[in-house]
Design a protein around this ligand. Sequence first.
Ligand SMILES: Cc1cc2nc3c(=O)[nH]c(=O)nc-3n(C[C@H](O)[C@H](O)[C@H](O)COP(=O)(O)OP(=O)(O)OC[C@H]3O[C@@H](n4cnc5c(N)ncnc54)[C@H](O)[C@@H]3O)c2cc1C
Length: 498
Amino acid sequence: MGSIAMPKPDDAVIARRQEIVKALRAIVPGEGVIDAEEEMRVYETDALTAYRQLPLVVVLPDTVEQVAAVLRYCHENEVKVVPRGAGTSLSGGALPAADGVLLSMMKFNRVLEIDYPNRAVVVQPGVTNLGITRAVEGDGFYYAPDPSSQIACSIGGNIAENSGGVHSLKYGLTTNNVLGLEMVLMTGEVIRIGGKHLDSEGYDFLALMTGSEGLLGVVTEVTVRILQKPETARAALIGFPSSEECGQCVADIIGAGIIPGGMEMMDKPAIHAAEDFVHAGYPRDVEALLIVELDGPEAEVDFLLSRIEEIARANKASTIRVSHSEEERMTYWAGRKAAFPAVGRISPDYLCMDGTIPRKALPRVLAGMRELGQKHGLRVANVFHAGDGNLHPLILYDANNPGELAAAEAFGADILLLCVEVGGVLTGEHGVGIEKRDLMGAMFTEDDLKQQQRVKCAFDEKQLLNPGKVFPVLHRCAELGRMHVSKGKLPFPDIPRF
Ligand SMILES: Cc1cc2nc3c(=O)[nH]c(=O)nc-3n(C[C@H](O)[C@H](O)[C@H](O)COP(=O)(O)OP(=O)(O)OC[C@H]3O[C@@H](n4cnc5c(N)ncnc54)[C@H](O)[C@@H]3O)c2cc1C
C-alpha cells in the first residue's frame, strides 16, 4: 500500500452494515446491491492500484429516482458515498471508503438523444467517451476530448475529472465541450444545469461541476457538443537531438500562431518502449520526438505543415516525416496511444504523474526531473501533451522491492512541486483525488483551501460525498473560518484530520 492515509472509518456505521444493506435493497432491488466480499473485490481499487479498500457495500442503480433515493437515505443516515464510473482514475478518485457506499453509475449506459441541428448529444454518464463518437461518426461527427483511456472511461468520470486528451490543445478539455448536466445532490435533490445552448444566466455552475471529482453531486445525464470531422488530418513525426530543442520547437510553433490538432512529445525511454511494443517507425537515434497533427481544409493543412517543417529545421530537427495516408497517420499515433502499456512492459510497476507547466519551463523541468531521478534512484519515462504543457512522467519502480513504492511516491511529489515552483499546477487532467491531496498546501494557501471547501459545504454540508479526496484537511463545515490554534490546542479535536 502507498503512504497516503485515508480518514479513519466510522465503526458505528460499519456496525450498522446489515441494516444499511437492507435499506439499499429496498431502493435498488435485484442484483443492484452487492455485499459479498468476493464480488466487491473488483471495486476495491481504480487505476491507482497501489491503493485498495473494500467498500461497505456496492450499489448499481439504473434510474435517477434510485440514485436520488440512495443519496437521500445516505444523507439522512450519515453514510458516506463514493461515486464511480469505469474506475480508470489515475489519482485514486474512485477509491472506496470502508464505511461508505460505492455508487457505480455503469448501468447508466444509454445514448439518449442525437441532435445534429444543435450539434449536441445527450447521454447517460456511464456511456464511454469513445461511445459518443461511435454513435455519431457514421454521420461525419465526433466528440473531441479524447483521453487515451477513451475506450473504457465513462463520460461521467470525464466530467468529474475534467479529462483531456491529444486533441484538447485545439478543441479544449471536457469543460469546453459540455453543454448541460443533470445531477443529484447528496440530499437527493435533482438539479439541471445548462442545456443545448451555449451560455446560461447566473453563476457558471457547469464549470464548477466539471472537475469537481465527485465531491459535489452525482452526474446522471450529460449533454455534450459534437464537432464535424475535419476534411483532412495529417501528422508529422519530428525527432530532435535534445529535449531542449524539442521544447523550443513546441514554443515556436505556438508562438507563430499555429494551434495544431495535437502536439505530443516523448523522451528517449518512452520512444524506445513504444517502438519495441507497436513498431510505429519511430526514430531510435533521437533524444526527443514530437508528433504534430494538423487538421482542417487540405490547403490549410499543407501550408501549416510546411511552416512547421521550417520551424523544426530552425530548431535542429534531425528527422522530419509527414504522413501521406490515413494508415500512416494512425501508425504515428499508435506508439503514443500505446505508450503507457509499452512502458508497462519495461518495468513491473509505474506511477503515472500529471502536472502542468508553462511551455517555456519545459527544458528546466526535464533537467530537474533527471536530477530528481538520481536523488530517488529511479528511472522516468516521459510522454506529454507538449502543446498544453501537460506532463505525464511515468516513474518506473518494482513494488516487490521494499521501499520502492515509497521512493516512487516521493519522486512523484517532488516532480509536482517542481511544476508548481516554475509557475505550473499540480494536475492537468487526472485530478487531485488522493494522489495529490496532501500537496494542495504547496499550491493553495489555507484561506484558498477554506474558500474551496466552503463551496463543498454549500453542496454537501455533512461532507459525505467522496470523503478523503482533494482536501488535505477535513474541516467541519460549521467550523470553517473559525480555525484558530492557541497554545497548541486544536479546536474541535474530534474532527478527523489526515
Ligand atoms: C491507461 C490510462 C490512460 C489514461 N489517459 C488519460 C488521458 O489521456 N487523459 C485524461 O484526462 N485521463 C486519462 N486517464 C485517466 C482516467 O481515464 C480519467 O480520469 C477518466 O475521466 C476517469 O473516468 P472513469 O469513468 O473511469 O471514472 P472513475 O475512475 O470511476 O472515477 C473518477 C472520478 O470521477 C467520479 N465520478 C465518476 N462517475 C461519476 C458520476 N457519474 N458523477 C459524479 N462523479 C463521478 C469518481 O467519484 C472519481 O472521483 C487515463 C487512465 C488510464 C488507466
